[in-house]
Design a protein around this ligand. Structure first.
Ligand code: ACM
Length: 267
């Protein structure tokens, strides 16, 4: 059975939570009109990205799952869908760059970005938990946020935990991620769905980069930098259960983890 996997691209604006909600709602409506099953929305969709003070960042946050953006996402998922969106999250007086996941009308999990990019380190605390894999309607989805793409360990962990698709809210700045996610797909034999953003905030320009890739590294669709809207593909997620690359190679069973201890050496 195919699943309609979609990514939304838009231009959240710093400080304009009302406008950001309107833009998000337009994508949610479009996703419903087009029978999307699984939807990925950009990072920090409620707040925008380029803060200039901690106070500003705090003032643009919400609690998950009680905030307005969370409520809208939860409501959309009541139709039976799964949605993940990046949110500026306040929890116990601490600010996180988070991805909130809602499915079948319920808040399923929140992942707090563990590798913070550039000035994000000034505003956010890094999360301290492994990225999650959630099960929705019998399929398995991993979640990571933007800059996690540069650490192949994250995609690998999600794949080893059983993810068939990696859902990836992003606000891409560097040009390398779209190509890197094709590699993440190939090395883990998983689908990936990256939702980027467009526009410019203060001194930062975003590259868009929304795309969907397959376990064979095929690019199913990609959205240009200047565009907003919805992009989707109908995918057979069970294809990601086959980890073989050639007749004699399997990207999981060919691994030699006994030789990889350097990767996890914390000394
Ligand atoms: C990023 O992690 N938002 C570049």
């Amino acid at each position: 059975m195919t699943v309609r996997l979609a990514v939304g691209q838009m231009d959240p604006m710093i400080g304009d939570m009302k406008g950001n909600m309107k833009k998000m709602q337009e994508i949610l409506v479009s996703a419903s009109d087009n029978n999307v099953d699984v939807l990925v929305l950009p990072e920090l969709i409620n707040s925008g990205y380029v803060f200039d003070s901690q106070d500003e960042a705090n003032s643009l946050s919400e609690q998950i799952p009680d905030g307005d953006f969370s409520n809208a996402l939860q409501k959309w998922s009541e139709g039976g869908g799964l949605v993940v969106a990046g949110l500026c999250e306040m929890s116990d007086g601490k600010l996180y760059n988070s991805a909130a996941v809602f499915g079948n009308g319920r808040h399923l999990t929140t992942y707090r970005k563990i590798q913070l990019f550039n000035r994000e380190k000034e505003w956010f605390l890094p999360g301290n938990e492994e990225p999650p894999v959630i099960v929705h309607n019998g399929y398995r989805f991993g979640v990571m946020v933007c800059f996690d793409w540069v650490f192949p360990e994250i995609s690998r962990i999600l794949a080893l935990k059983g993810a068939q698709a990696i859902l990836h809210p992003a606000n891409l700045v560097l040009p390398f991620c779209p190509a890197a996610m094709i590699t993440r797909s190939i090395e883990n034999r998983v689908f990936t769905a990256t939702s980027g953003r467009t526009g410019e905030e203060r001194d930062v320009r975003f590259i868009g980069g929304s795309q969907i890739t397959t376990p064979k590294g095929e690019l199913l669709s990609r959205m240009d930098e200047g565009h907003s809207g919805l992009l989707w593909a109908d995918v057979e997620l069970t294809e990601a259960d086959n980890k073989s690359l050639t007749k004699r190679n399997d990207v999981f069973t060919d691994r030699r983890p006994e030789l990889y201890s350097r990767i996890t050496d914390v000394s």
